[in-house]
Design a protein around this ligand. Structure first.
Ligand SMILES: O=C(O)[C@H]1NCC[C@@H]1O
Length: 484
């Protein structure tokens, strides 16, 4: 029922249980490599690549037949696939993330192939944790950037750095990975989906939260591919550097529960993304400094991140930028209080933009012209003619993710009842519109009602090995157990 998966030598290799039983892995050098034990032949044989980023584990599942089949037959989007895998393949997550094969801090990434899921990215991935499936995971993106190169998922890698586009449930994230022609290296950087402040303390829209057992606290809520609540540990009578992890975890979890009840979240693109993933307790050092700021992220069901949390750094940078505490391209260093590992983060640019105009008569819906938000040049677009849209014709301006931008190859420009349909590289369209509308390239852009920025996060990811897992039919715990 579970596809047999195997990543090997740069390409996915399908291994069949019966074959594996006849010739177990390691048979060639049986003196040195352990043979697979006798097992239930119908059991899935699960091959993984083991990595960590700043101490946070990543168990990479290079392929899963059932997920690929669902993508191939139904053309599911990644968010839809996430729901499908949760409903039909959850035993794979439990088997690999929970004990005895995993542990309370285990994290996984399921690499998904197939045109519908991957689109024009290099790979797609679902993120797995102890309690379910996330929308974004920065530490996994840093590790998967390396994995994609070393396992041959990028068609034409270039030296000294290769751009790897990863489709995540929250959208496409771009990783920049050192590549020497033979193997990937560190540090890896990634550019997030648009990140924004959903609520900030110290502003008129202060969010006071009543946390049972702790009283009233004030939180920031930020989005970095997923939502987090942020507050200084001090507000809970704790110190993020010296308090016991168990105390930090229970306080952070109480905040998560309280915020979930008291602050409804909204995501401009999908309600599937409107959930609070966890709470990040900080040392309160949000004002710019060359010194690292320390935090601990408690996410999902009381799971503790060992690294500084890539998506959390993304959200925290967006909050700091939004509050005017840091400037564009000003780097901050973030330290995990659990391992001392470091990530850096900075706001690098405005998000992509999209100008939408009412469609011409006879066409339905809206049309939009999208751009990346960088630079201004004069360009001519065939068929544009002399009729340019006036700023007053702008129906709405919203920020969209790179994913949306890159999906469209055709753009319809509609002006005062007329329209042009042409294929065009996006930056050209956006530049042209800037010229026409005399808009200044923004440093932040609207994403729904939010001002958003693109954040760059940098960190180091390493391989720790590979593993092959199996199970016995009569094992009552064959699909793992969640240790509470
Ligand atoms: O780095 C991150 O974004 C993740 N690490 C575990 C929890 C988050 O998904």
């Amino acid at each position: 029922e579970v596809g047999v998966v195997c990543g090997s030598g740069g390409r996915g290799l399908r291994c069949f249980p019966a074959l594996m039983a006849a010739e177990p892995a390691g048979a060639a050098d049986a003196g040195r490599a352990p043979r697979l034990p006798p097992r239930w032949l119908q059991a899935p044989l699960l091959h993984t690549v083991e990595m960590h980023t700043g101490g946070e584990p990543l168990r990479v599942i290079p392929r899963l037949d059932a997920a690929e089949a669902a993508v191939a037959s139904s053309g599911l989007s990644l968010l839809a696939l996430r729901r499908h895998v949760a409903a039909t393949q959850d035993h794979v997550r439990r088997a690999l993330v929970h004990e005895p094969r995993g542990h309370r801090g285990m994290y996984g990434a399921l690499v998904v192939r197939g045109e519908a899921a991957v689109g024009d990215a290099d790979l797609a991935a679902l993120f797995l944790h102890g309690a379910g499936y996330s929308a974004m995971c920065g530490h996994a993106v840093l590790a998967l950037g390396r994995f994609a190169l070393d396992y041959g998922l990028v068609a034409a890698p270039c030296c000294p750095e290769t751009t790897v586009r990863l489709r995540c449930p929250c959208g496409v994230v771009t990783a920049f990975v050192p590549w020497d022609g033979r193997r990937s290296g560190n540090p890896v950087r990634f550019h997030s989906v648009p990140a924004f402040a959903a609520a900030t303390s110290g502003a008129r829209d202060d969010v006071p939260i009543d946390v049972p057992g702790h009283g009233k606290v004030v939180v920031d809520i930020g989005y970095g591919g997923t939502f987090y609540a942020f507050l200084s540990a001090e507000q809970l009578g704790l110190d993020v550097c010296s308090s016991k992890t168990r105390d930090l975890v229970s306080a952070a979890s109480a905040v998560t529960e309280a915020v979930k009840k008291q602050f409804p979240l909204h995501h401009p693109e999908s309600e599937d993304l409107a959930f609070l993933y966890g709470t990040i307790l900080t040392d309160g050092k949000d004002a710019f400094s060359e010194e690292p700021t320390t935090n601990i992220c408690v996410f999902a069901d009381e799971q503790v991140d060992r690294c500084p949390t890539g998506s959390g750094v993304t959200a925290r940078i967006a909050l700091q930028y939004h509050k005017g505490l840091i400037q564009l391209n000003q780097s901050r260093t973030f330290r995990s209080s659990t391992t001392g590992s470091l990530f850096t983060g900075k706001a690098v640019k405005a998000s992509a933009w999209c100008w939408s105009f009412p469609l011409a008569r006879g066409l339905r819906g809206r049309c939009c012209c999208c751009g990346s938000g960088e630079g201004q040049k004069s360009l001519s677009v065939p068929g544009w003619g002399a009729r340019h849209p006036q700023p007053s014709e702008k129906a709405r301006v919203r920020c969209i993710s790179d994913a949306d931008v890159d999906k469209s190859t055709w753009f319809i420009l509609c002006v005062s009842g007329g329209g042009f349909l042409f294929p065009s590289p996006l930056p050209q369209v956006s530049v042209l519109l800037w010229d026409i509308l005399t808009l200044t390239p923004p440093q932040e852009a609207k994403f729904g009602d939010y001002n958003a920025v693109v954040v760059e996060v940098s960190g180091e990811a390493f391989y720790t090995g590979t593993a092959t897992f199996t199970m016995e039919e009569e094992d009552p715990l064959k699909y793992g157990f969640f240790f509470k």
